[in-house]
Design a protein around this ligand. Structure first.
Ligand code: ARG
Length: 389
């Protein structure tokens, strides 16, 4: 019998996919990636088996996700269209890697995912898989099956006794991991409507905040966050802490009309408290320790890096080359940034680094000034020289 490895989330689409694949002659093995989505993995396993899977693998990939996918993006300051910190996009190439590994281990000739034919994730999965093993067949049930609505899928699940939690219509489509939450559909499709509070999962409304701001200090070493308020933490613990703290102060929400890879504009809201705090701190530290040309050039790379992540090109040669560049930029990105969290904002208010290029005796307007102002005259004349007629 032909074997297939399905990236299984436990949701309606992938649960129906298990059965549908089975009905289409596949022996289905489910792979569940624990990326910090905070689900009941026991229930997920039971559901996969009830749907007809022969085996279910659940693997905690949080550390690998943070170290090998999130940290490179953080070092690169990769942000898509100014506001999306890429939580969903970064997770796909990692899941793809495990689907391929699992296929080899289980001698399966195909892998499957539950993405629709309209989004970015199908591209990320399939391009990654085809780079990692061009011989693997890829099946995307949701793109080809006969169901035309969620209701029909629910019918199908009921018919096959698949225990689906959401018989009542869940209003949003949500993708969550430790780096952030992506929320779309439902009332969010009406662009004139402000996202209702109930759409947000991990952040409190900025208007319901405490009267006082919260100050935190983050220490980075070569671009990697290591300490919070002086205490050393494992990356996963640090990010979890920052999600809680940031979430309490309403930090890291965004509401974005975004350009998908397939040409569709869509509206998605995001929550990324820890990511927002760490990006803000990291960028602030770079401002302090990188010289002007280096910093400005790196900004161009950030844009390209974010595009590559968003476009599903994580395993491309260009992305690998950019990683080498970005890593070399991080040599002096060591130091502490103090941040103020208040009513949805996160701003840097203090900075310190042994590699700081800030020289107070040059910048000051006070007595200690050592800058020879007479030098400016010649500089300005030469700077303007090319424009003289
Ligand atoms: N628009 C985001 C991206 O392309 C998130 C996609 C998944 N969103 C969701 N709500 N399921 O990376």
């Amino acid at each position: 019998m032909k074997r297939i490895i399905l990236a299984y989330s436990g949701g309606l689409d992938t649960s129906c996919a298990v059965r549908w694949l089975k009905e289409n002659g596949w022996q289905v093995i489910c792979f569940v990636a624990d990326l910090g989505q905070g689900e009941d993995f026991n229930a997920i396993q039971q559901r996969a088996l009830a749907a007809g899977a022969v085996k279910v693998y659940i693997k905690d990939l949080q550390d690998e996700f943070l170290e090998d996918f999130v940290v490179p993006a953080l070092k690169a300051n990769a942000i898509y269209e100014g506001r999306y910190l890429l939580a969903t996009a970064l997770a796909r190439p990692l899941i793809a890697k495990y689907l391929v590994e699992m296929a080899h281990k289980e001698k399966a000739q195909a892998v499957a995912h539950g993405c629709t034919g309209k989004g970015n994730d199908q591209v990320r999965f399939e391009v990654s898989i085809s780079i990692l093993d061009p011989k693997l067949e890829i099946v995307a049930p949701v793109r080809v099956w006969e169901f035309k609505s969620r209701e029909e899928e629910i019918e199908y699940a009921k018919r096959w006794n698949i225990p689906i939690e959401v018989t009542k219509k869940r209003p949003y489509s949500i993708d969550r991991n430790i780096w952030g939450v992506s929320i779309e559909a439902g009332v969010l499709e009406d662009l004139e409507v402000e996202p209702p509070e109930d759409a947000y999962l991990i952040t409190k409304s900025p208007t319901l905040q405490a009267t006082y701001p919260k100050y935190i200090e983050i220490y980075f070493e070569k671009g990697v966050p290591k300490r919070l308020d002086g205490k050393v933490y494992k990356l996963k613990t640090l990010v979890n802490h920052l999600n809680v703290i940031g979430g309490l102060y309403g930090v890291g929400r965004s509401d974005l009309i975004e350009n998908r890879l397939l040409g569709i504009k869509s509206r998605e809201i995001y929550e990324a408290p820890a990511a927002t705090i760490l990006y803000t701190g990291h960028k602030e530290l770079e401002s302090l320790v990188l010289d002007r040309e280096f910093l400005h050039f790196k900004e161009l790379i950030s844009l390209k890096y974010a595009e590559l992540v968003y476009y599903g090109l994580w395993y491309s040669p260009l992305k690998e080359a950019l990683d080498a560049f970005v890593n070399s930029t991080q040599r002096y990105v060591t130091g502490s940034i103090r941040l103020k969290l208040f009513k949805g904002n996160c701003v840097a208010v203090g900075r310190r680094s042994k590699y700081s290029l800030y020289k107070k005796e040059l910048a000051t307007y006070g007595r200690q000034d050592i800058f020879d102002q007479k030098l400016a005259e010649g500089f300005i004349r030469l700077w303007g020289l090319p424009y003289k007629r």
